[in-house]
Design a protein around this ligand. Structure first.
Ligand code: SAH
Length: 195
């Protein structure tokens, strides 16, 4: 197997594992009633951008090799680093799902008996699930040796994150008031101690 195809194989395994983690939560979420929804066209655009950049474009590239003009030589250290970062993304993704539990939604929603989670990874940063998406995007950049497809993940993540994060924090403030304000004062958004 060539170095680029090993990188691609890791990406495929990673994306399948990602869905294996997500699927049971998607099913369970259907059973918890939504009491307030802030789903909007903007949020749908963000989700579509993330899906395109982190799954559809790289999936198409792995299947067809298109766009070949943006390929660059792959080095084995890139594949090793990419696999490590993607692995960290999956670990973080799984943990955030366990910690958020029944409070998780794919969009901006408050569920029946919604609780503010501020323990575990949530004690350090307010959006560790988005951190896992960023790690996944960086992993993709190292695993797929194609500038366009590599960067598509970082772009897709950024569109989702920046279209959503202020709205999400406003919704949490509206709902949890002073408790969330205090939580904001002691945590960063996606990078511990930094941002
Ligand atoms: N932004 C978080 C959660 C993503 S899931 C993260 O990146 O880890 C999005 C849903 O989680 C939103 O509908 C919001 O209502 C809910 N949510 C966000 N932060 C939360 C928290 N600290 N406790 C409970 N629910 C939260």
């Amino acid at each position: 197997m060539s170095v680029p195809s090993i990188g691609e194989a890791f990406w495929v395994i990673g994306i399948v594992a990602w869905y294996v983690v997500r699927y049971p939560f998607e099913r369970r979420a259907k059973r918890v009633r939504v009491t307030t929804s802030r789903r909007s066209m903007t949020d749908t655009i963000g989700l579509a951008a993330a899906l395109l950049g982190l799954a559809i474009l790289p999936g198409f590239y792995v299947a067809t090799g298109i766009p070949r003009f943006a390929d660059y030589p792959a080095h084995s250290w890139m594949v090793v680093l990419g696999a490590l970062i993607f692995g960290m993304a999956l670990w973080t993704f799984r943990r955030t799902h366990k910690e958020l539990g029944r409070n998780w939604s794919i969009s901006l929603e408050i569920r029946e008996k919604h609780q503010l989670i501020s323990k575990g990874l949530y004690a350090l940063i307010r959006h560790p699930m988005y951190t896992s998406f960023l790690l996944m995007a960086i992993g993709q950049l190292f695993l797929l040796s194609n500038w366009l497809v590599g960067l598509a993940g970082v772009v897709g993540f950024s569109v989702l994150f920046f279209l959503r994060v202020d709205k999400e924090e406003r919704l949490m403030l509206e709902f949890f008031g002073a408790e969330y304000r205090a939580y904001m004062d002691r945590t960063k958004r996606i990078i511990p101690y930094l941002y």
